[in-house]
Design a protein around this ligand. Structure first.
Ligand code: OFO
Length: 168
């Protein structure tokens, strides 16, 4: 069994993960509308991964004999100015998710809940990878993205992203 505080913060995290899925799905639609199908594919794969992140928390809460409380998911919002600006917003979003996971980890320590602390480690590592992969894309877009032919090549590269079930 987990404490009520841990149950609540994990439920809030489920909501944030599903919001992330919604945000990426909406970005995928934007990229598709402007003909960047590789970017669109990349964002769609990310959206699926975010659903996985939410579902892992969902199963964990149930597995600890506690309650899942699903809340309303906010409407995704982002500025559709250019691919680089969208990716900068992705980066900021992921940094906010990292802070949120940090808060979960720190609460588990305050509650002496070492099992959940151990469980949340996977999310801490995942956030490091997500921030790193997004910042690599931003660097490429900043260096080459103004050239249409380079943007085309980056789009092709992003189209090869594979969806993998998370390994816990
Ligand atoms: Fe779930 O990692 Fe992004 O938001």
């Amino acid at each position: 069994m987990i404490s009520d505080k841990i149950r609540d913060i994990l439920n809030e995290q489920i909501n944030k993960e599903f919001y992330s899925a919604y945000l990426y799905l909406s970005m995928s639609a934007y990229f598709s509308e402007i003909g960047l199908y590789g970017f669109s594919h990349w964002a769609k794969v990310q959206s699926k991964e975010e659903i996985d992140h939410g579902m892992i928390l969902f199963e964990y809460i149930l597995g600890r004999n506690s309650q899942v409380n699903l809340g309303q998911i906010s409407m995704p919002k982002f500025d559709m100015n250019s691919p680089v600006e969208v990716f900068e917003q992705i980066y900021n979003h992921e940094r906010s998710i990292t802070s949120s996971i940090d808060c979960v980890a720190s609460m588990t320590e305050g509650e002496c809940d070492l099992a959940t602390r151990n469980f949340i480690d996977w999310y801490l590592k995942e956030q490091i990878e997500e921030e790193a992969s997004v910042s690599r894309i931003i660097a490429k877009l900043k260096t080459f993205g103004a050239e249409k032919s380079a943007l085309f090549l980056i789009d092709r590269e992003l189209s090869s992203r594979e969806y993998n079930l998370p390994e816990l």
